[in-house]
Design a protein around this ligand. Structure first.
Ligand code: PGA
Length: 256
């Protein structure tokens, strides 16, 4: 059986003090190993070291929201994967829709980052998802295929245990319009089938596929109850312990 992962994407929010306070609250409520639920929090770059320290030995992983694929050097304003490793960071989100659509990252760039992150032995949360216009034009599956093919180009089956896929329909992110459990399940099943044919059934079976897009305490349980939904990537609700904690609890309940 697959474990669940509940990840918090804090985006460009908070102060060092508020990020550390939030991290401590998450650490206090983290379920134990036997729950089959893991928790990942992803603060902004300047807060990573402080959050790592605040989490201490608690069973909470800390991830970055992005990184640059080149080796450390003359890349003004960028952050190298090696720097994340140096801080003891566990994971990195790549291909988030805000990076694709606001920062104009292409599948090719995302792929470079994915491969470099795998080389550094970081866990990669690879985000994919369609725009509303693409869904309305019945292109959801074609978009997902293109983003998976592009993002995982050159990644072989032996590296896939370092990857987590997050399905995040762009129209559901930060909008309060969550995908219905059926819509999420359909997309997740499609992604799992894609993994099975591109790799093999064992890779597909083992892959954690998270749903993201307006996950809240009141919709988490039904989303997490879907057979191919293995966790959540949570934005807005991950900034408030009173909202994030019930989502983690929904995963603990779903895992039983
Ligand atoms: P949201 O963000 O939960 O605020 O919709 C999700 C995400 O962007 O990862």
């Amino acid at each position: 059986m697959r474990r669940y992962l509940v990840a918090g994407n804090w985006k460009m929010n908070g102060t060092l003090a508020s990020a550390q306070e939030l991290a401590r609250a998450v650490a206090e409520g983290v379920p134990d190993e036997s729950s089959q639920v893991d928790v990942l929090i992803c603060p902004a770059f300047p807060h990573l070291a402080g959050v790592k320290e605040a989490v201490g030995n608690a069973r909470v992983r800390v991830g970055a929201q992005n990184a640059y694929h080149e080796k450390p050097g003359a890349y003004t304003g960028e952050v190298a994967l090696e720097m994340l490793v140096d801080l003891g960071i566990d994971a990195v989100i790549l291909g988030h829709s805000e990076r694709r659509h606001v920062l104009k990252e292409t599948d090719e760039l995302i792929n470079r980052k994915v491969r470099a992150a795998l080389e550094q032995k970081l866990q990669v949360v690879l985000c994919v998802g369609e725009l509303l216009s693409e869904r309305e034009a019945s292109q959801t599956e074609a978009v997902l295929d293109r983003q998976m093919e592009g993002g995982l180009n050159g990644v072989d089956a032996s590296q896939m245990n370092q990857i987590v896929v997050a399905y995040e329909p762009v129209w559901a992110i930060g909008t309060g319009h969550t995908a219905t459990p059926d819509q999420a399940q359909a997309a997740h099943a499609h992604l799992r089938n894609w993994l099975s044919s591109r790799y093999n059934p064992a890779v597909a079976e083992g892959m954690q596929i998270l749903y993201g897009g307006s996950v809240k305490p009141d919709n988490a349980a039904e989303l997490l109850a879907q057979p191919d939904v293995d966790g959540a990537l949570v934005g807005g609700a991950s900034l408030k312990p009173e909202l994030f904690q019930p989502i983690i609890q929904a995963a603990v309940d779903a895992a039983q």
